[in-house]
Write a protein that binds this ligand. Structure first.
Ligand code: 5AD
Ligand code: SF4
Length: 481
């Protein structure tokens, strides 16, 4: 599942933003410019890339005109994501013309999807690197320095970058992404991710906990555990300390996602834990009980439904039907009554009738999502749907259906916000609000954005109890009590 996280990586303002980090004291005299598109995993990967290159002495810059290496970490999920990257490459052309030694690299999903074809199609590009090949970047840059163009799009069954402690780009020092697994084995028929990010593999649980502990000790107060499908996280750990190879007869311990959540929650009660993304087929009651048990595991679940109709869900190869999904929603409401729920929805999937679309609308009525990402179906080359089904819903019908669910969601977002009026929310202060440095902003446990006046004695990184006095459909407004 794809890691759309409200107001974080998927905040429109972060898409394509220059990502920079504090100098680490190593210099090789060269400057790296990196920008990222798409999901939170891509933003997290850009931090791995920056770590690998910072270690080789690269410093980051906000201006691609001054850079020696220009990287664009790409997304392939919908066609317009790719169009955006192509347009952006055109903007780099002038800088490269002035500085012919500049290395231009395409990273991420689009690199993986197009492979060496990218070099033919975009003359500007020197390096094409898939998401499992970032350790090779220093070599690939060297190849370009020696006059060759370079490609590494090998996917791996093992690579989790577990040992790389990523630097944090554009960090506020409070929230961080921590990747816990890579790839996806689900093969939803509309989705390119299994092709661009390869097979699913989980990262060593001990390294996840160590990274979260380290973040907490540096002052971070919130981690978001990332995976395409966090509920299928599975790590087989040797019980003995030290992590030696397992010998026959050794006792082993399997760490599932509920166990991992608990391990991270125990790092400190002051460390908030979020996660994304959950898959309706895999989210267990054990996970829900773990969320309910720990105050610092946030009451917020992103549970993409994609469609409310069982026939369409079957064509999408989602491996659950409407009843199953509703059963999971009911379980969340039962076990974590205060839980906020968000979703992803696709309109106009192949052969979807008006009646079937209505099932998506009634699903929204049933759940009353706090938040939703909504898309028109966009056929992606190489996917099962592209091979099997015609993309036969006219653009205007897709658009009208999308407009209908967007309007519906607007109502429910407002409804959910209104329900918080007069309540006191525990907010982790993240910084000044975008509009004014007289106000702080931060997020509630349920992931709602909260704005309130700066108050003496409170600083970013601290928790505050905020009484909600007003709302919009996206924000709670109040004051510290
Ligand atoms: N067309 C439209 N939306 C898509 N998504 C993934 N693939 C496609 C596609 N081909 C949506 C899904 C997914 C989210 C990240 O993007 O809703 O959960
Ligand atoms: Fe998510 Fe399905 Fe794509 Fe996997 S295949 S990333 S579960 S949408």
């Amino acid at each position: 599942m794809d890691l759309l996280i409200p107001d974080k990586a998927h905040d429109e303002s972060r898409q394509g933003e220059a990502l920079v980090l504090e100098p680490n004291g190593k210099h090789n005299g060269r400057k790296l410019y990196i920008e990222s598109y798409g999901c939170a995993m891509n933003f997290s990967d850009s931090e791995i890339v920056a770590s690998i290159l910072a270690d080789k002495g690269f410093e980051t810059t906000k201006d691609f005109n001054n850079a020696d290496v220009v990287f664009i970490n790409t997304c392939s999920i919908r066609e317009n994501a790719e169009v955006r990257v192509r347009n952006r490459l055109k903007e780099f052309a002038g800088a490269k013309f002035k500085n012919p030694g500049m290395v231009v690299g395409v990273l991420g999903c689009m690199a993986e999807r197009l492979k060496a074809k990218f070099l033919e199609e975009e003359k500007l590009v020197d390096v094409v690197v898939g998401p499992d090949a970032y350790r090779d970047l220093p070599n690939l840059i060297e190849q370009v320095d020696n006059g060759q163009r370079a490609v590494n799009v090998l996917l791996s069954r093992e690579e989790t970058y577990a040992d790389i402690n990523p630097v944090r780009l554009n960090s506020n020092g409070i929230n961080a992404f921590v990747s816990i697994m890579r790839g996806c084995d689900n093969m939803c028929s509309f989705c390119v991710v299994p092709f661009t990010r390869g097979r699913e593999r989980s990262r060593d649980a001990a390294s996840v906990v160590a990274e979260c502990t380290d973040l907490f000790n540096q002052g971070y107060r919130e981690v978001t555990l990332l995976g395409q499908n966090v509920d299928s996280y599975k790590w087989t750990a040797p019980v003995a300390e030290g992590g030696e190879a397992l010998a026959v007869g050794d006792e082993v311990k399997i760490v599932n996602f509920a166990n991992l959540l608990e391990m991270v929650a125990l790092v400190s009660p002051d460390l908030r834990v979020r996660f994304s993304t959950s898959h309706p087929k895999d989210i267990t009651d054990e996970v829900l009980y773990t969320i309910a048990k720990y105050d610092n595991i946030c009451n917020y679940i992103h549970l993409p439904v994609q469609s409310g109709n069982s026939r369409i869900l079957d064509l999408m190869n989602r491996t659950y039907d409407r009843e199953w999904y509703i059963n999971r929603i009911d379980a969340i409401r039962r076990i974590i009554p205060e839980c906020a729920i968000s979703t992803d929805m696709i309109t106009g999937f192949c052969t979807e009738t008006d009646e079937e679309h209505k099932d998506s609308v009634t699903m929204m009525d049933y759940v009353k999502y706090d938040f939703a990402y909504m898309f028109k179906y966009s056929e992606r080359p190489g996917t099962l749907a592209a091979k099997r089904y015609a993309d036969d819903i006219p653009e205007d019908v897709k658009q009208a259906r999308l407009a209908e669910i967007v309007a519906k969601q607007q109502e429910y977002s407002y409804y959910r916000m209104q329900a918080r009026l007069g309540r006191v929310e525990k907010v982790l202060i993240e910084g000044f609000s975008k509009k004014s440095d007289k106000d702080y902003c931060g997020r509630s446990d349920q992931n709602a954005m909260v704005i309130f006046p700066v108050t003496e004695g409170y600083k970013p990184g601290q928790y505050a109890n905020v009484l909600v006095e007003r709302t919009t459909s996206a924000t709670l407004i109040g004051r510290i009590v």
